[in-house]
Design a protein around this ligand. Structure first.
Ligand SMILES: [Zn+2]
Length: 460
């Protein structure tokens, strides 16, 4: 690979503090009634956990999507008299309601957004199919558990609004289930259903081995085929639901490999950050480790070669180094997602190699992440602080002078390569001809000797 897969870098955007499905008793009830013809959904809120008033407000944007000012068609409230009253609009996204209101009816226009790359990030409806992401449908004043009912009598419980998403594959698609995995496909997917289930199962097993069990009943995957230029895709994992929009690969033979790669990345997010309730954004850590662990996992299950891992890391390294050299103040890095992800990935690699080498191959980034999960499960602290504390717990990382704030420097990377039995040749990482015994222990845990059994044409 001559460069880091851009698909991974540019389109996967992290999630904040979504949590998994768990039935709760004190859940607010949300009834969704879609109007498929007009692409509107009526959102009926009952059993509000706290009385509302005097105002409620709604999301005005999500990721790069700025909602149109007529998105909220109307808001009605009902109190003691049992009648619905319309609610005064203060601004497009703010409404005035009587204090103590406990029941609301909201009509939303959720027509498809123009920008295809943003589609996994917002609720949408199109031709009888749709995805309803609760955080953009209900007022911002709510958090905590929700019970979502799409009609038909059965409700789904979510432990938090942030993790709540329900998908309707419509007549053109249908859910199929196997071993706690549900997959729905919209449009033509030239991959056999069995191969999709096998990929997802294989990845989940590998991540469970590395990161520990996952407390979700079902993993749901909604696959939506899009028109347009081949090779473009965009995905998001909300709670335990993966939503993937993809235009497919240029060659049918690459489909399963691309699918596996997308799932390796997205399914990692079921653990981090989605099984945690940490607050705030920390792209470098969450996305960096997602990219790095998904490569390691790909090697371990035989879907990519160790050489593919090295070439992707080499590409990430050159992106990280180029940017690190060209600007000094760290606040200039803020919006450069490609740089942040590349640096995050290199940082994950450094973490892995330093821990492995100081423990003779016993402690790796897997144990590092598993520890992060067990320490922070159920905690509502800031991501930034949790990550900082976690790095500080690992003496070898401290001794190496490496922590969450440090963008990988050329020097730190050079010494890490020595620990791993690697060198740089013309900008590319490669394994030394004769690694020492200590270096071999690191290389083995990185997957150097893993057999690549199911590799098809690599996507470049
Ligand atoms: Zn991601």
């Amino acid at each position: 690979m001559s460069k880091i897969p851009l698909s991974l870098i540019s389109f996967s955007i992290l999630l904040i503090s979504a949590t998994h499905l768990i039935a709760t008793e004190k859940a607010m009830k949300v009834g969704l009634t879609p109007d498929w013809v007009r692409s509107r959904v009526e959102v009926h809120l009952r059993d509000l956990p706290t009385p509302l008033g005097p105002t409620i407000s709604f999301q005005t944007r999500v990721a790069s999507v700025v909602f149109p000012s007529d998105r909220i068609v109307s808001v009605d409230h009902r109190n003691g008299d049992g009648l619905w009253h319309s609610t005064r609009r203060i601004s497009p996204f703010i409404f005035e309601i009587p204090k103590g209101t406990r029941e609301l009816r909201i009509l939303m226009d959720v027509s498809v957004q123009a920008d295809p790359s943003s589609r996994p990030f917002v609720s949408w409806m199109e031709r009888g199919a749709g995805v309803f992401i609760l955080s953009d449908l209900i007022p911002l004043e709510f958090e905590g558990g929700v019970s979502v009912d799409l009609g038909g009598g059965s409700a789904t419980y979510f432990r938090s609004v942030d993790s709540a998403v329900v998908a309707v594959p419509g007549e053109r698609g249908a859910w199929s289930s196997r071993d706690g995995i549900r997959i729905a496909r919209l449009g033509e997917w030239p991959i056999a259903e069995a191969a999709m289930f096998e990929s997802v199962r294989e990845i989940l097993i590998d991540y469970k081995r590395r990161l520990g069990e996952l407390a979700v009943d079902n993993v749901e995957i909604l696959l939506i085929r899009t028109e347009g230029e081949r090779g473009t895709w965009s995905a998001r994992t909300i709670g335990s639901t993966v939503v993937l929009f993809s235009s497919g690969t240029p060659f049918a033979s690459q489909e399963i490999q691309r699918f596996h790669e997308q799932m390796r990345h997205e399914l990692f997010h079921l653990w981090i950050p989605n099984s945690l309730s940490l607050k705030g954004d920390y792209a470098t850590f969450y996305e960096g480790f997602a990219l790095y662990q998904s490569l390691k996992s790909g090697v371990a299950v035989g879907r990519i070669r160790f050489a593919d891992l090295l070439s992707t890391l080499s590409a990430a390294r050159s992106i990280a180094m180029r940017r690190a050299q060209s600007s000094s103040p760290s606040d200039q890095w803020g919006d450069d997602r490609e740089f942040l992800y590349a640096s995050g990935m290199v940082s994950a690699f450094i973490t892995d190699v330093v821990l492995l080498s100081r423990s003779s191959g016993r402690v790796s980034s897997d144990e590092f992440l598993r520890g992060f999960l067990s320490e922070n499960r159920g905690r509502r602290t800031e991501s930034d602080r949790a990550i900082r504390n976690h790095f500080a717990r690992f003496e070898p990382l401290r001794a190496f002078g490496f922590g969450p704030d440090l963008m990988p420097s050329r020097d730190s990377l050079d010494s890490v390569l020595r620990l791993a039995g690697m060198e740089l040749r013309g900008g590319n990482l490669s394994v030394l001809a004769k690694p020492t015994g200590a270096q071999r222990k690191v290389l083995d845990r990185l997957g150097y000797n893993a057999r690549a059994s199911r590799i098809q044409t690599p996507i470049r």
